[in-house]
Design a protein around this ligand. Structure first.
Ligand code: ZID
Length: 229
């Protein structure tokens, strides 16, 4: 069977969870990457059975999650992590959560994967119009929502089996004006879409990996509620 790593699952309301279920229903083994500050509550909810209702697959069985990895996709390796994050108590309980370390851990645990899913985004100033967005907020949106994908693909590429596939989630605000999708998030999705073309060329040549991004319909995820969508 195929193995899938899905980055950006911290509850059962988002795209990542739904994609995991579809892949599980199709017979894939599921590995998740969960944002470090959300890890404890996600894992305890899983353990306590809070998600059991939403784990039910079309054949009546429950989706199995082989492993949940702590992940913060804005950091590539331990050298990137600033002191205030290292000492932050929301990060202190977890280890090896930078992109490079997660890819190394997945390699150790499972050898290789076939499917890489990027279902994460963050724009700290998303509620601000672009004209009122700070440089810091804009760059944070690009880092969490666009470069995070470049970094994930770069670090997972050596363990992605040739013929494998990678996807991310985008939004039409990249090409048309959608008021309310601010903070540089429209810019971040435009970068993600352009990067998808370039990465498809590069990863296709290098390892026969397909790279696509999906502009899905609206879903009332935690992230969507936070911006009033
Ligand atoms: P979600 O909150 O379930 O997933 C986002 C995840 O990212 C969360 O689990 C966070 O913990 C995680 N995360 C944030 N920062 C980091 C980090 N640094 N490292 C690791 N993890 C992190 O929300 P979701 O399912 O909406 O988002 C998944 C993807 O779908 C994102 O790329 C979204 O931009 C994308 N997306 C979602 C929607 C939507 O409707 N939910 C839309 C478009 C794209 C959309 O808004 N019409 C109107 C609106 C829309 C579409 C059509």
């Amino acid at each position: 069977g195929k193995k899938a790593f899905i980055a950006g699952v911290a509850d059962d309301n988002g795209y990542g969870w739904a994609i995991a279920k579809s892949l599980a229903a199709a017979g894939a083994e599921i590995l998740l990457g969960t944002w470090v500050p959300a890890l404890n509550i996600f894992e305890s909810s899983l353990r306590r059975g809070k998600f059991d209702g939403s784990r039910i697959l079309p054949d009546g069985s429950l989706m199995e999650i082989s492993k949940v990895y702590p992940l913060d996709a804005v950091f590539d390796n331990p050298d990137d992590v600033p002191e205030d994050i290292k000492t932050n108590k929301r990060y202190a309980g977890a280890t090896k959560w930078t992109v490079q370390e997660v890819a190394e851990s997945v390699k150790e645990d499972f050898g290789s994967i076939d499917i890489l899913v990027h279902s994460l985004a963050n724009g700290p100033e998303v509620t601000k119009p672009l004209l009122e967005t700070s440089r810091k907020g804009y760059l944070a949106a690009i880092s969490a929502s666009s470069y995070s994908y470049v970094s994930l693909l770069k670090h997972f590429l050596p363990i992605l089996n040739p013929g494998g596939s990678s996807i991310s989630l985008t939004y039409i605000a990249s090409e048309r004006i959608i008021p309310g999708y601010g903070g540089g998030m429209s810019s971040a999705k435009a970068a993600l879409e352009s990067d998808t073309r370039v990465l498809a060329f590069e990863a296709g040549r290098k390892r026969k990996i397909r790279v696509n991004t999906i502009s899905a319909g609206p879903l009332r995820s935690r992230a969507a509620k936070a911006i009033g969508f």
